[in-house]
Design a protein around this ligand. Structure first.
Ligand code: FMN
Length: 335
């Protein structure tokens, strides 16, 4: 199903679907599958240690033919990460949280594109003046950390109204073509999806985590700030797991008094310990108690019934989008 929007033109895509960063799940293989489907994916660059970032980005560049982007969470100074990514030839960036202004300037000076994930109309009104190329309107039903002040259905049009022509992508609560068509009706140029792509064969999320996304229902989700360090709290939506249940049973104590805070549940690939309340989502090669780590997922999990390849997921979105267009066209009468 061919589409032409500001997003497909800006990134030279066949279809206006973007996979947001999925922690360590956005591997070279995953991003390659997105690019080969005529879509686009972002890696979570801030989740990679500075020492290995260049090599990881080089792998992604090979797998995608250079058609991928890097996301930087600005909860701390990421200037070195940005410099490494620019040196590696990355020219599409997604920023969120923190002060993005100096980063936007550096990226624009290098001829790059900037996506800004935001959650209020007030922020959207600043985007054009800052030089942002694409706004990502992230509704509060999103999986993982979310910044949305309202769910997509009301947030998205309020952001489109004040965006001064900066194209807007819809994130949060979208898993199929019905969601894509609804987002476009509300003024979006494309969609930015997370939870659906966690449960893809190519994502490097832990297989047990993928199965949880398939098996869990929206009633198994909780909104919390449990998996953030003090001073960097941002609400996130996760599937209830043993860490959350243990903390709840202990009476929801404050950080410093939570049960098992010094438990080392695994190790990062560089050998550093992974503690029970760390923010890292379970990745494919993770050893140890993967279930204890945050199982980020959004309210779309009631729409996700299987782990599928990226090509199948994108194909499904195309088919269901076409059916949604046909259905709406069939509702119109001559009278
Ligand atoms: C496992 C996981 C990890 C995520 N990590 C990031 C991240 O590092 N940076 C970011 O901007 N968004 C992150 N997100 C949010 C997504 O980019 C996206 O906004 C969200 O998943 C969209 O909502 P949906 O899950 O309903 O599709 C993450 C989401 C998930 C599910």
């Amino acid at each position: 199903m061919p589409f032409e929007t500001a997003l497909t033109r800006g990134l030279d895509l066949r279809f206006p679907v973007v996979a947001g960063p999925l922690g360590r799940g956005s591997s070279a293989e995953f991003l390659g599958a997105m690019a080969h489907s005529g879509c686009f994916g972002f890696t979570a660059a801030a989740h990679m240690p500075e020492e290995t970032l260049n090599d990881e980005l080089a792998k992604m560049k090979r797998a995608t033919n250079g058609r991928f982007g890097a996301n930087l969470s600005l909860t701390r100074d990421r200037r070195n990460w940005l410099a490494i990514a620019l040196d590696a030839g990355v020219r599409v960036f997604s920023l969120w949280q923190g002060d993005l202004e100096p980063y936007v300037r550096t990226i624009k000076d290098a001829g790059g594109l900037v996506f800004w994930t935001l959650g209020t109309p007030g922020e959207a009104a600043r985007a054009k003046d800052l030089g942002v190329d694409f706004i990502v309107s992230q509704g509060s039903e999103a999986g993982g950390h979310y910044v949305g002040s309202a769910p997509t259905m009301s947030l998205l049009p309020s952001i489109v109204d004040v965006a001064k022509g900066v194209p807007v992508l819809a994130a949060g609560g979208i898993a199929d073509g019905r969601g894509l068509v609804a987002a476009m009706a509300l003024g979006a140029c494309g969609v930015w999806m997370g939870t659906r792509f966690v449960a893809s064969s190519e994502s490097a999320n832990h297989p047990g985590y993928k199965e949880r996304v398939v098996a869990a229902r929206a009633t198994d989700l909780v909104e919390t700030e449990l998996f953030d360090p003090v001073g960097q709290e941002c609400p996130h939506r996760v599937i209830r797991n043993s860490t959350y249940a243990g903390w709840e049973a202990a009476g929801r104590p404050a950080t410093g008094q939570r049960p098992g805070e010094s438990d080392r549940i695994s190790r990062f690939p560089n050998g550093k310990p992974l503690y029970r309340y760390d923010a890292a989502a379970a990745w494919d090669a993770m050893e140890g108690d993967w279930e204890a780590s945050p199982l980020y997922a959004g309210t779309t999990i009631d729409l996700i019934h299987d782990v599928k390849s990226v090509a199948e997921i994108v194909g499904d979105i195309e088919t269901t989008a076409q059916a949604a267009f046909d259905k709406i066209a069939g509702l119109r009468t001559a009278r």
